[in-house]
Write a protein that binds this ligand. Structure first.
Ligand SMILES: Cc1ncc(COP(=O)(O)O)c(C=O)c1O
Length: 472
């Protein structure tokens, strides 16, 4: 919601949004910094005095002054005593060089600087994080790092974390693997890049789920791989009868993304048989791991892979934080040397301190405890969300909520889910359009709502807001 929009020059409007978590000081600072770097606020031009701007925006003078101080710290403005504040004539970066075109990846992402928005998908609950043991794990990791010799770390990831992950996978996901099969990666995305490149899949084709995670589809296409969409039904993905078209399949068997069903046991064996017979490979995206909200989590597909055909990928993005950029890849035993060489040259694991913090957290028993708590919390949050949606939404909107960490709303086919999601996001509701998860023509129209950050106190008001947007 734009509460106050203030003209600074004829071209530049400064907007302050009071509904976000980003402080007003930061909003003013970032708005002006962007305008200066884009050249909208010209070099050598005078800014409104902070007193005037504060009055226009209805914020305190101190708030604006702090924003101006931040601009000055970055040498973007100069203060000339009583003559006021001026856009620097010697900018650290020339505005002319600041326009390489859009660089932020479009599509599935939200604003990188704010949030999470209400209903935002793919992020953990931020209010229930076990911050105390997490801080302790980091403090210990930093202390260990500070005294460690300055040598290159193992590009596969530190051995203690790989050992910890192998142990976790054995108990929680039924995977029996040697720690040398485990590679620490930059989340699922990093692991996917490693598999696609190390296995030289460029130029080949891959079966993907329809609907399926758009970032996976885009990553495959960007890597020169043709994607063949295979519809999922209530049993998950069922490969076509004639499967000669591809030797790779990328799947989410634990919790189909975004529809939430678990791959049935017949389909699991069918998929594994196909890979063994066709000299094929399966990438298992176990993004939500054991965060399956009802009953026991289904075992991973990799746990049933006796032919060494599955690349298993897990991520800490949903369980700890996407900001960690940490995930883990388990490769079949016959490929450990090949992957070891590949990551050593092109994709070494990230900062040791983060790896060590996660390892401390896991070995202290906090990770499993946290997962157990989150399973209960997310199930509760989902049920209050479903209840509120039932109260607020028009009966023509079909609500699906089994499986997954999301609720799916299916809209009449004449709806435009991209436009609806855009309007909703502008009002702080982080819903995603479901059509973006389909590759085929005339995709269903609908919305995905994440449950992790739903609260009993606010859920009715947010659902009412969504219902209003849907009705408009
Ligand atoms: C289907 C799916 N796979 C993987 C991920 C995690 O990706 P990453 O580990 O790169 O954050 C997500 C997160 O949104 C997801 O929805």
């Amino acid at each position: 919601m734009l509460n106050d929009v203030v003209p600074m020059t004829d071209k530049f409007l400064l907007a302050v949004n009071r509904d976000t978590q980003l402080s007003v000081t930061q909003q003013i600072f970032r708005g002006m910094r962007d305008a200066i770097l884009k050249g909208t606020l010209k070099q050598g031009s005078r800014l409104s005095s902070w007193q005037d701007l504060a009055a226009q925006l209805g914020v305190s003078r101190g708030t604006v002054k702090r924003a101006y101080d931040l601009l000055r710290d970055e040498n973007l403005v100069e203060t000339k005593g009583r003559a006021g504040t001026w856009v620097s004539t010697a900018l650290p970066v020339s505005p002319a060089l600041q326009h390489p075109g859009p660089t932020e990846p479009a599509g599935l992402f939200y604003d990188f600087d704010v949030g999470p928005q209400y209903f935002q998908l793919g992020v953990p609950a931020y209010d229930e994080f076990p911050t105390k043991p997490w801080h302790t794990a980091w403090r210990r990791a930093i202390a260990a790092e500070a005294t460690r010799p300055q040598i290159y770390p193992d590009p596969r990831g530190i051995s203690s974390l790989r050992l910890e992950v192998a142990g976790y996978l054995a108990t929680a996901r039924g995977i029996r693997c040697h720690p040398d099969q485990v590679f620490i990666t930059s989340g699922f995305a990093g692991a996917l890049g490693i598999v696609l490149n190390a296995m030289e899949f460029r130029g080949q084709a891959a079966y993907v789920e329809e609907p399926g995670f758009p970032r996976t589809r885009q990553a495959l296409e960007q890597s020169g791989i043709t994607t063949i969409p295979v519809p999922v039904d209530r049993d998950g993905i069922g490969l076509p009868r004639s499967t000669g078209a591809a030797r790779l399949a990328v799947v989410t068997p634990g919790q189909q993304a975004p529809l939430g069903m678990t791959l049935s046991s017949d389909r699991r064996s069918g998929l594994l048989r196909w890979a063994a017979d066709a000299d094929g490979w399966i990438i298992e995206d176990d993004y939500a791991g054991e965060l399956q909200l009802s009953g026991h989590a289904a075992p991973s597909l990799a746990s049933e892979d006796s032919d060494g055909r599955v690349f298993y990928i897990g991520s800490f993005s949903k369980t700890l934080s996407p900001g960690l950029r940490l995930g883990f890849l388990v490769v079949p035993p016959s490929l450990t040397a090949r992957f070891g060489r590949f990551v050593g040259h092109l994709a070494p694991a990230g900062p040791v301190v983060a790896q060590r913090a996660v390892q401390n957290f896991m070995s202290g028993g906090h990770f499993l405890r946290h997962l157990r708590r989150m399973k209960t919390l997310y199930a509760e949050r989902k049920s209050i969300l479903v209840e509120a949606l039932r109260q607020e939404l028009h009966p023509a909107v079909r609500c699906e909520f089994e499986g997954a960490l999301s609720v799916r709303l299916f809209l009449p086919s004449i709806a435009n889910d991209v436009a609806i999601a855009t309007s909703a996001q502008r009002e702080g509701l982080g819903v995603l359009p479901i059509s973006a998860w389909y590759q085929g023509r005339n995709p269903p129209q609908g919305l995905l709502l994440g449950v992790a950050n739903v609260r009993a106190r606010t859920v009715s008001a947010k659902c009412e807001m969504l219902a209003r947007i849907l009705a408009s």
